[in-house]
Design a protein around this ligand. Structure first.
Ligand SMILES: *[C@@H]1O[C@H](CO)[C@@H](O)[C@H](O)[C@H]1NC(C)=O
Ligand SMILES: *[C@@H]1O[C@H](CO)[C@@H](O)[C@H](O)[C@H]1NC(C)=O
Ligand SMILES: *[C@@H]1O[C@H](CO)[C@@H](O)[C@H](O)[C@H]1NC(C)=O
Ligand SMILES: *[C@@H]1O[C@H](CO)[C@@H](O)[C@H](O)[C@H]1NC(C)=O
Ligand SMILES: *[C@@H]1O[C@H](CO)[C@@H](O)[C@H](O)[C@H]1NC(C)=O
Length: 525
């Protein structure tokens, strides 16, 4: 891979320099606010804000009340000091004051105390937020934990590295505390990922043991909780003896712990169930290897793959030739670098945001909108009416040689952390009962973002991995010339490790392409 990138680099060094400078400048883009995670971040910010206002308002009220009460108490004390209560109240001004207090002052105090305006305001903010954004639920939490587990599975990250904030050899300021690790362990257990659950529980245990802020009692109580889950996970993994020993330790430390019940239960179930190691699918080792950026060495020496400038494909490219990088031959997969400018990419997101906004408006009117809906709406389909989409259509037509009459609208997709697509072909193998004639003959995939880590596109049968490069286009044919499907084009989107991945896909159907790519009856051509 690297020598190929290098050859393109040397051709277009200056252009790349300019491009990369622009990329740095374009980091803080407004359109990323459509991201559901960003919505959640905003939600928490507003909650924080509301809670602070609430506490401040409460504090102010309480200070007022306290002052009033202190004054009153002083007055009473004074009265007691001077004489007895009867004498005190015998004084006409004192009597007046007492009555005035009961008529006005206490009343002024009761009303806000009963009404508690700050609390009402706080409740309104929370109500509004849950209507407008929606709070994530337990299934969202499990989804997030699954994302972590997926990263571990595909990239072979250890729980202890992740807990330390070390991701793929890079250090992030994101170290976790024992409670977070424990929560991940518990969720993984509930998801049936027992081995990984155990790994996180072990990390939680170590963190708790070395936590200087914890006092002894709490400590042993939490340790019992961790050991309890570790025992269950061990049992599920077919280690009943180890499970028994852990429960024994729990009961030694906390004789009243419900661990006894668990032990009775496990005794009943002993040997009844062993966790079946899920067998990895056949594509899995190719997939993980390529996702990690490791291709097998090419057989047969020197690679015939080239990088070249192509100004002849269409008159459009005479002045600004295509920068073509061949990444595979037969089936051909080409990367066209620097196809879209940063401004063009911004314009695409402006179009996507317009749709997103109408959509969320519709959803908001019903009053209920969950984060799950947001996820779905992270896929948008853009037609070719707007000026930017017209130029996209022109580019795809000129580069592919196909007639855009057969093109589906462009699908703009956004993957968050852990987002992935397992290996799949883009063809359907049947003619669709839609407006589109024929199967998906080709795929044009635009990279609309760089991804800090992960998110490669990999072809599991072809030993090819492609890191996303903002502004580049990948193109390949899913069908042979005979229009038979080409299963070698199985491809996948690897989980995003750090960052956010945005792509635009245009699938071309074979129905309109009779004169563009004459079909050949031998299916292996
Ligand atoms: C935070 O609250 C204050 C008023 O309490 C408001 O003016 C400000 O806009 C709020 N900020 C955010 C991010 O909601
Ligand atoms: C909550 O929403 C209602 C109706 O949209 C609005 O009148 C009210 O001002 C909002 N309250 C807060 C605290 O944002
Ligand atoms: C995963 O990482 C461990 C060490 O952390 C290593 O021993 C093991 O070989 C790795 N597995 C793969 C498939 O890379
Ligand atoms: C894995 O990759 C190798 C080398 O590219 C390929 O020959 C093999 O068919 C692939 N296996 C699967 C199951 O895709
Ligand atoms: C079909 O493809 C084969 C192999 O590439 C070639 O020899 C043959 O001439 C082609 N036939 C037509 C009709 O294009």
């Amino acid at each position: 891979m690297s020598h190929r990138v290098w050859c393109c680099l040397s051709l277009w060094l200056c252009l790349w320099l300019v491009l990369s400078l622009l990329t740095i400048r374009a980091r803080a883009e407004f359109y990323s606010s459509v991201d559901s995670m960003q919505d959640l971040g905003q939600l928490e910010l507003e909650l924080l804000n509301a809670t602070r206002s609430y506490l401040k308002a409460q504090q102010q009220e309480i200070n007022l009340f306290r002052k009033f009460v202190e004054q009153l108490k002083q007055e009473h004390d004074m009265a007691m000091d001077l004489t007895n209560l009867d004498d005190y109240l015998g004084h006409p001004l004192h009597a007046f004051r007492l009555i005035k207090r009961l008529v006005y002052d206490w009343d002024a105090l009761h009303a806000p105390l009963v009404e508690n305006k700050p609390r009402e305001e706080y409740r309104q903010v929370v109500d509004n937020l849950s209507k407008e954004v929606g709070f994530p639920d337990l299934s969202e939490l499990q989804g997030a934990v699954k994302g972590v587990a997926r990263l571990q599975r595909v990239y072979n990250f250890t729980a202890s590295d992740l807990a330390d904030g070390i991701i793929n050899g890079f250090f992030y300021d994101s170290a976790m505390d024992w409670r977070e690790c424990y929560e991940i362990g518990v969720q993984l257990f509930d998801l049936g990922e027992h081995q990984r659950s155990l790994e996180w529980l072990q990390v939680a245990f170590n963190l708790l043991r070395t936590n200087p802020e914890m006092d002894g009692d709490d400590n042993s109580h939490f340790m019992a909780d961790i050991r309890e889950y570790a025992a269950l996970a061990n049992f599920e993994l077919g280690n009943p003896k180890r499970a028994g020993r852990l429960l024994e330790k729990v009961l030694q430390a906390e004789p009243t712990h419900p661990a006894q019940l668990i032990r009775n239960y496990l005794d009943h179930r002993e040997g009844s169930r062993i966790d079946q190691q899920k067998r990895d699918p056949s594509w899995f080792s190719n997939y993980t290897r390529l996702c990690q950026g490791r291709a097998l060495p090419e057989r047969g020496g020197g690679s015939p793959l080239r990088c070249f400038l192509d100004g002849k494909r269409h008159a459009y490219f005479t002045l600004a030739p295509l920068q073509v990088e061949q990444v595979h031959l037969e089936p051909d997969i080409n990367v066209y670098h620097g196809i879209l400018t940063l401004d063009q990419i911004d314009s695409i997101f402006v179009e996507a945001d317009k749709l997103q906004m109408t959509r969320s408006g519709v959803a908001g009117a019903g009053g209920t909108r969950t984060v799950l809906d947001l996820r779905v709406s992270q896929q948008t389909w853009l037609d070719y009416e707007s000026p930017i989409m017209k130029s996209i259509a022109r580019l795809v037509a000129y580069i592919s040689g196909f007639d855009m009459a057969g093109a589906e609208p462009m699908q703009v997709a956004n993957y968050g952390v852990g987002g992935q697509y397992e290996p799949h072909p883009d063809y359907f193998e049947v003619n669709l009962p839609t407006d589109f004639k024929g199967d998906r003959i080709s795929t044009s995939m635009f990279y609309l973002s760089d991804v800090e880590q992960g998110g490669y596109t990999v072809f599991t049968k072809l030993n090819v991995f492609l890191p996303p490069i903002k502004g580049a286009l990948v193109m390949w044919h899913n069908l042979h010339r005979s229009l038979d499907v080409d299963p070698r084009t199985y491809h996948a989107g690897c989980p995003v490790i750090v960052g956010s991945k945005r792509i635009g896909n245009i699938w071309m159907h074979s129905g309109h392409q009779e004169f563009r790519r004459p079909c050949n009856l031998t299916s292996d051509s």
